[in-house]
Ligand binder design. Structure first.
Ligand SMILES: CC(C)(COP(=O)(O)OP(=O)(O)OC[C@H]1O[C@@H](n2cnc3c(N)ncnc32)[C@H](O)[C@@H]1OP(=O)(O)O)[C@@H](O)C(=O)NCCC(=O)NCCS
Length: 188
């Protein structure tokens, strides 16, 4: 698959940029918070080595075109979250979206702002036709964000994830390019 060209997206309050080796501490803080990982598909990180592995995978994803994972950064440079397009099916012009915001920044609509930019890039530069999301049924804030971005709830899959000894269902959301009313970002 084609690699991703370095890109930087700008919103009113955030920059979305490529992740690099200098982000290990910030990513560790983000992904080691058990409350933030409550509805994630894997448990919280316990060791810094997981941050290094994750960065290695992220860089590989840029190279082999498997995943486009961007850091959400404030004007002062603080990394407060990530947003990712992954599971690309190029032939069918579709992929999935995932996101994580640091807890101190919840409730301020940062993720809505970031995802609108990333989705616009997906439907523009990446020529996607469809973006899917798979969320835990109890993750109300996540569902509300997706619905606010015109995703439609398309299915309820039973007992799909085993995380930390618990099994959970998935609510599947889908967004088609023709339903997207936000900005479209062409290739840079
Ligand atoms: C999911 C996540 C990005 C949401 O961000 P957030 O800043 O907490 O979300 P917000 O507070 O803006 O809430 C989004 C919406 O849900 C509503 N909401 C939040 N919790 C709610 C609840 N318990 N009941 C009803 N509505 C709720 C908010 O009022 C808001 O509505 P609005 O868009 O009409 O204003 C963030 O909580 C997060 O990163 N969580 C951990 C990772 C995760 O779960 N990722 C998603 C899985 S892919």
């Amino acid at each position: 698959m084609p690699s991703f060209s370095p890109c930087e997206l700008h919103t009113e309050r955030l920059t979305l940029r490529f992740i690099d080796g200098g982000d290990a501490d910030a990513l560790f803080r983000l992904f080691s918070d058990p409350q933030a990982l409550r509805y994630w598909s894997s448990g919280p990180w316990l060791h810094m080595a997981q941050a290094a592995d994750n960065i290695e995978q992220t860089l590989k994803g840029y190279q082999d075109g498997a995943a486009l994972r961007l850091a959400l950064v404030l004007p002062d440079g603080e990394l407060i979250g990530t947003a990712t397009l992954y599971a690309f099916d190029r032939r069918n012009h579709r992929c999935e979206i995932g996101y994580m915001l640091a807890r101190p920044y919840w409730g301020q609509r940062y993720m809505q702002e970031a995802l609108a930019a990333l989705i616009g890039y997906g439907f523009g530069a990446l020529e996607l036709h469809r973006i899917e999301a798979d969320i835990h049924p109890d993750n109300i804030a996540s569902g509300r964000i997706l619905e606010g971005l015109q995703f439609r709830q398309e299915g309820h899959l039973r007992e799909r994830w085993f995380v930390g000894g618990e099994i959970s269902d998935s609510i599947i959301y889908g967004l088609l390019r023709r339903d997207w009313i936000g900005p479209i970002h062409p290739a840079q």
